[in-house]
Ligand binder design. Structure first.
Ligand code: PEP
Ligand code: MN
Length: 340
């Protein structure tokens, strides 16, 4: 159950609501997000919700039977639009548009970033992705430039009006990253790092939450609930391929997840066809398929010289390939919008 408090609810009114819930034997989680304050009650209490809805200070009461509550569409029918960027320069993700997030797997050099940023500006793309803390299967692989790489990314992207999407791997990185990041990415290996999710609930910066390599849709939504229940409602879900028995592709991009997530949750859903299929020549068709399935955007790996990329070159698009991909994605989105 979710009880949304009125914005103008007074201290005494809130205390009376808490008292009532306690008298009914209900345990609540008190959540204050960017837009509202909620009392979330786990389980399915057997009571007439009018007895709560009539209390002063209560705006609305919803019964949500899912294991996740605040990210569920059962209480919020309208799709959420997530504002990314600093005040005065905000670009929404979700809400009917088609977001493109493009850039290298790893940040490598200033020259690489400048070429990429200029390319993105020329393409009207507002978000650059690029990892500086890289989760690598082998400890001997390139593991990123760290916070210096992120500062470099900001020095290139900020003057060009490009927003930064980058992965955070552990709680201690959040603070030093905050000043530079427009969207924190939680990678597939950290989808169930609950300490990290809790900590990201404490910031106001949006979070792009990837689905775990072997994670179910329900688990992804419960991970998103960690962030929202911590107080940060700015969450974008990302399907990036799951591990199956198939070996012909790096992962299996689960396009089923797109309409299912959009039905279960009000949060925007984007897809990552680069990691989803892992093969450069098939990235664009899968990006288009994701848009057709209803995705709110796509995150793609792009590099000035993919064959020289420090990581994931085999799934990375060149500028020429990316330009074609962006054009086709926009056409696909327009076509889809014309049907709705
Ligand atoms: C990435 O985006 O470069 C990455 C490591 O993604 P994932 O967590 O989906 O593997
Ligand atoms: Mn990558």
């Amino acid at each position: 159950m979710i009880i949304t408090l009125r914005q103008d609810a007074g201290f005494d009114e809130i205390q009376a609501i808490e008292k009532k819930l306690h008298s009914l034997g209900l345990k609540l989680v008190d959540v204050t997000s960017q837009s509202s304050r909620y009392f979330v009650i786990a389980g399915m209490p057997n009571l007439d919700i009018r007895s709560l809805a009539d209390l002063k200070g209560v705006d609305d009461v919803h019964i949500v039977s899912d294991t996740y509550k605040l990210v569920s569409r059962k209480w919020k029918l309208n799709s959420s639009s997530i504002p990314a960027g600093l005040a005065g320069d905000v670009t929404p993700i979700g809400g009917g548009g088609m977001s493109i997030i493009a850039g290298p797997c790893s940040v490598e050099s200033e020259e690489q970033l400048i070429q990429l940023a200029d390319f993105l500006v020329s393409q009207g793309v507002k978000f650059m992705r690029g990892g500086v803390f890289k989760p690598r299967s082998s400890p001997y692989a390139f593991r990123g430039l760290g916070i210096d790489g992120l500062a470099m990314m900001a020095s290139v992207c900020r003057p060009r009006g490009i927003k930064i999407v980058t992965e955070v791997m552990q709680v201690s990185q959040i603070d030093p990253m905050l000043a530079y990041v427009d969207v924190f990415q939680v990678g597939a290996r950290n989808t169930q790092n609950f300490n990290l999710l809790d900590a990201l609930g404490q910031v106001t910066t949006p979070v792009l939450l990837k689905r775990g390599i072997s994670g179910t849709i329900d688990e992804l939504l419960q991970s998103a609930e960690y962030i929202f229940s911590g107080g940060n409602e700015r969450i974008v879900l990302c399907e990036r391929g799951i591990r199956t028995y198939e070996t012909a592709s790096r992962n299996t991009l689960d396009l089923n997840a797109v309409p299912i997530l959009k039905d279960k949750s009000h949060l925007p859903v984007i897809i990552d066809p680069s990691h989803g299929i892992g093969i450069r020549q098939f990235v664009t068709p899968m990006a288009l398929a994701g848009i057709m399935a209803g995705a709110d955007g796509v995150i793609l790996e792009v590099h000035p010289e993919p064959e020289k990329a420090a990581s994931d070159g085999a799934q990375t698009l060149s500028f020429a390939e990316a330009e074609i991909c962006f054009g086709k994605m926009r056409q696909t989105h327009e076509l889809l919008s014309s049907w709705q």
